[in-house]
Design a protein around this ligand. Sequence first.
Ligand code: ATP
Ligand code: MG
Length: 806
Amino acid sequence: MSAHYLQNLNPAQLRSVEHPANIPLQILAGPGSGKTKVLTSRIAHLIAHHALPPSSICAVTFTNKAAGEMRARLATLIGEERTSQVRMGTFHALCAAFLRRHARRVGLEGNFTVCDADESKKLVAKLLKPYKEVLAESNLTLKEGTVLSMMSKAKAKGYTAGDALRIWTEWKAPPRAGASKVDPDMFLPEDLKRIVAWIYKEYEKTLRDTNSLDFDDLLLFGVKLFGEHKKVATWCRHVLVDEFQDTNTMQYDLMRHIAAPSRCVTVVGDPDQSIYGWRSAEIQNLAHMQRDFPSTVQIFLEQNYRSTASILAASVAIVSQDKTRIPKTLHTTHPAGPQPVLYSFPMDQIEVSFIAAEIKRLVAYTGGMLGWGDFVVLLRYNSLSRGIENALRKEGIPNRVLAGHRFFERMEIKDLLAYLQLVDNPHFLPAFSRIINVPGRTIGEKTVSELLLRAEELKLSPVEVTERIYDGKVPDIKPPVKRKLGPFVEALRTLRKLANEGTAPSKLIRCLLALVKYEDHLRKTQPDWQSRWDNVLELINFASEVEGGLVDQISASNGLEDEDRGVDDEEEWDNEPEELDWEELEDEGLVEAGKAPAAKAKGKAKETRAINDRDTPLRLFLQASMLSTDTETEKNDDKDSKDKVTIATCHAAKGLEWPVVMIPAVEPGVFPSSRADDIEEERRLLYVACTRAQGLLYLSHSTSRMFLGEVKPAGLSEFVSAVVLQNKHLFTERLPALSRHDRTLLAKVLQRTLPDESEVSRQIAEYKRTAKHPAWGDNAVFAVNKPRPQSSEPWTFPSSFQGALP
Ligand code: ATP
Ligand code: MG
């Protein structure tokens, strides 16, 4: 009998899982074909059949959420304990964990702070400021966003500021300027490119001086670490990467370095789902892997297990409009099911209220077989979520936003984290500037600049200089300044003492709240203080989860820090940080030869280093919160998320699935986004969104949309109208009747128990009594391209919609 994790796999999936461990493998297949499932089963196989220790396996996923899902799936196959030892997480989490432990090998301090997008932006704004006037005089503009994106693209390719300047300025416009793949930043005047390169250089210097790394740096330094210190990866016996089509150059290099000792690699991906070109993903990495691992074998999976046949057909029709795409086979044994719905609305407010009303109807008409948690509304932009959130709220439908409102970017959360960051890393200037005057202590900008100047003179961190001033150890400081600094210094000192004693982060936050009277501060300064205070309480919950090891990236990083019992050169790994002495640093060129400190200083340095390199509970907590700010929010993803409608961006929905998917605003300027450089990538994004659906798919658009306070005409996206023109039967304008036949079919596709008929009747009767718009029946038809009503006329439900409900 075959092992339990091999059961239910189709022949191609089975071949993928059992493929020899030492022959590099690429599994290329369409959505829902079980790529992630195969990857998980292959991990189980490597452990059970090839006897690899779980801790010698490195599995990389695209988001923390995906890591969590894979962990849960793997636990059902090999148990919780072994699953927890597998080194699983995003490339960023992997780098962060190894950099903490081996910081000095790449010239960093172990207590570096990871700074988030907002902090990077503020720094760029500051560096850009002196240029603004000069630029304005020459009628030129340079936006922070442009600088950030150019720097990020340069870092994704591993270019230093110098490299970037040379490459940008040597670049020549191609003969057919404007070809869709050319990065528009390259067309900037040369002077602007020079300014960006200069800012890049200063930006890097500031980050190093403040002992911090941005997200791109995590990868850059990770590549440096693994590339230059081969033994840092000797624990790894097999690397597996999900969503490989969206890896960038840095991530690919990381994979290559981590796989160098074993040469055992498995990747899964789908070129049709590559949607991160705008973040420098390189689809050519598939070819690069063939080049770097010459014996690589490809396996294709062709059966989709996720969606009904009609959802699959409509989705494939959308992506097939890209004429440059390599066609591939994707079939399903699922029945056709209710046809995907394509609806047109006269205005966006009606579109969102329809979505809310329709969700209610579907829950009632399936007799509760579908619950709130089975629905997702997928959006091209975060900014579209406000309308949907409002509409759902009006209908009393619980919802959560995934990758929308980023929890860790909220003011109150950032304030509190800034205090804790300063406790951990007194050099972290963004945190210092943020909270020196929060809550208000009448410390103005002038005082802050003076503090920073003193810090520079005395070669101290901003925190140290503030403390010295307060202690009266810095001459020429006026008594009122000293007094004002009192509460700040006292709070930090108390927190530092508690943190050094190993106090749990949740408790540290409570103390912090009491020390600085944060609730009072919110009450006095914020009209919506109550919801902000709720967020603060949520942060305490998050801290408790981290303490309990519930958060993925933390357990991942703990796993990474674990001793590597199953690896041959165990001793080497175990002893590494302790072995790292001054002589070695000299050898590695990290300190100047002959400058090794005397024995006493050496002992002291070792002590400080021991603290700096230790994974304190506070540091693990800060790392968990910072890594959650990258592409998603974990925090809204609470335990009862199963009972809430999800609102997410199409990007954040990658790799996930829901019984019902609704995609509003399928309009020109949205799909494709008016800001997009690559139209085909936008088309693939819509394909990714559609293929998340298991049982029901709704696409809709409005003929007018409120944009920046003005009603603008809108229409149907060309991505869909082209499909409808070719085959009008792929979509319908009729709502699914949800007859008994439909319910039976949905139950089959979703592998659920069919509800009792009496329960269905009861819920329908209840719905008819309470629903605000019973008019949205199955004969409610909004013709595509229906003319827009005059904006002066209020729109009402025409009586023709009052049809019989199914
Ligand atoms: P995506 O490209 O969207 O990431 P994927 O190829 O990774 O999709 P999975 O998420 O692994 O696909 O699988 C899609 C769904 O199909 C999951 O619910 C999975 O459990 C199911 N599935 C995959 N293979 C099988 C199988 N052999 N038998 C039954 N169900 C399967
Ligand atoms: Mg997947």
